[in-house]
Design a binder for this molecule. Structure first.
Ligand SMILES: Nc1ncnc2c1ncn2[C@@H]1O[C@H](COP(=O)(O)OP(=O)(O)OP(=O)(O)O)[C@@H](O)[C@H]1O
Ligand SMILES: [Mg+2]
Length: 343
């Protein structure tokens, strides 16, 4: 149904599974796990997902089939050759309490947040990331191979050229997104805290806040790391090691943000993401909120619900029966893996 859809059910009944299925169908990836094998129902070798989506001006049907470690995706019954052919057909944002790792977790969580967003907006970005990761893997294999040292240097230089070329494109995409997120997220964070607190997100490229400087010095930075990389047999610098700095009132949120402040930061970033997708695509994405409402205080919860309602964002919210009462929204009951209702 358009608007708010509430999935109610006790713990372990399958609510998260429903959202996970929708997310996978729209992105070709799980929000939770790395490998499709982990998504299979116990003692099954295949899964099949089907969905019909009504957009502002057109209708899209999506299918995703996984069998014996092979994946087939169809858009309007036509098989897609590559993931990038369909990712972004319909945009989606997932928000669950696990997303707090964006603030307190390691840099990979923050890079993932940016990468998932860019991949939905620019289908070619997935191929770019894959190509870059392959180069990093190959350089890493070379560093571990104990070959003739003079040959090692010349081969590393070849891989470094690729790292610079592909890495610069990744960095520029991420910086562009971070800058746009910063403006919207700070505004939302200000509203959430009655303008008492400020939020600042900055992309740190190759250890440097000044991206243009980092990119122009990229070859030198790689050269300076060469001996250390050989010694540690690891690729130590590049966008696969970059981070986003999140500052709350000009202090690192990772160290100082309380639980509630962390939630507000993630909420602001997610709502900013929604807004950016609307600006670019002309429509809000589908919003999947898993167990989020019970984690927010009343003011933030009301802010989120008002934001969703006033913007008419189609949203699926999971909650247990004992939780918050929402005045409006279609209700579905999830029990033992089955859904009923819709009124
Ligand atoms: N691979 C699997 N095959 C079949 N069932 C599974 C598999 N993995 C998990 N389950 C079961 O699926 C159920 C979990 O469903 P899900 O996480 O969607 O529940 P939920 O309604 O979101 O619960 P909660 O309110 O606790 O978050 C559990 O009962 C779990 O034991
Ligand atoms: Mg759940």
């Amino acid at each position: 149904m358009p608007g708010i859809n509430i999935l109610i059910g006790d713990n372990g009944q399958g609510k998260t599974n429903v959202l996970e299925g929708i997310y996978y169908l729209l992105t070709g990836k799980s929000y939770r796990v790395q490998r499709e094998q982990e998504l299979l129902r116990w003692d099954q070798r295949e899964f099949h997902l089907y969905g019909d989506f009504l957009m502002a001006h057109h209708r899209v049907s999506l299918e995703s089939h996984y069998r014996d470690k092979k994946k087939i995706v169809k858009v309007n019954q036509v098989p897609c050759q590559r993931l990038s052919d369909f990712v972004g057909t319909i945009n989606v944002i997932f928000f669950s309490p696990d997303d707090l790792v964006m603030v307190k977790g390691g840099p990979s969580e923050r890079r993932r947040f940016l990468d998932l967003h860019i991949a939905q907006m620019r289908p070619g970005y997935v191929s770019l990331l894959n190509a870059y990761n392959k180069v990093v893997q190959q350089k890493s294999a070379l560093l571990k191979s104990f070959g003739d040292k003079s040959q090692l240097y010349s081969q590393i230089l070849l891989w470094n050229e690729q790292i610079i070329k592909l890495g610069e494109m990744i960095i520029r995409n991420r910086v562009d997104l971070t800058k746009r997120l910063q403006i919207v997220a700070d505004h939302i964070y200000g509203n959430l805290t009655s303008q008492k607190e400020t939020l600042k997100v900055t992309y740190i490229a190759l250890g440097n806040k000044n991206v243009n400087e980092a990119i122009s010095e990229f070859p030198q930075i790689l050269n300076d790391k060469l001996e250390q990389e050989i010694e540690r047999q690891m690729v130590l610098i590049g966008p696969h090691r970059d981070d986003i700095q999140i500052h709350l009132n000009d202090k690192p949120a990772r160290l100082y943000a309380s639980q509630g402040q962390q939630r507000s930061i993630v909420l602001s970033l997610k709502l900013a993401e929604l807004e950016l997708i609307r600006q670019e695509k002309g429509e809000y994405p589908l919003l999947l909120l898993d167990d989020v409402l019970s984690e927010l205080d009343r003011f933030r919860r009301d802010y989120l619900i008002t934001f969703i309602k006033s913007s008419c964002i189609q949203t699926l919210i999971t909650m247990t029966s004992a939780e918050i009462h929402l005045e409006s929204g279609a209700l579905y009951f999830v029990e033992n893996g089955h859904i009923r209702g819709g009124c």
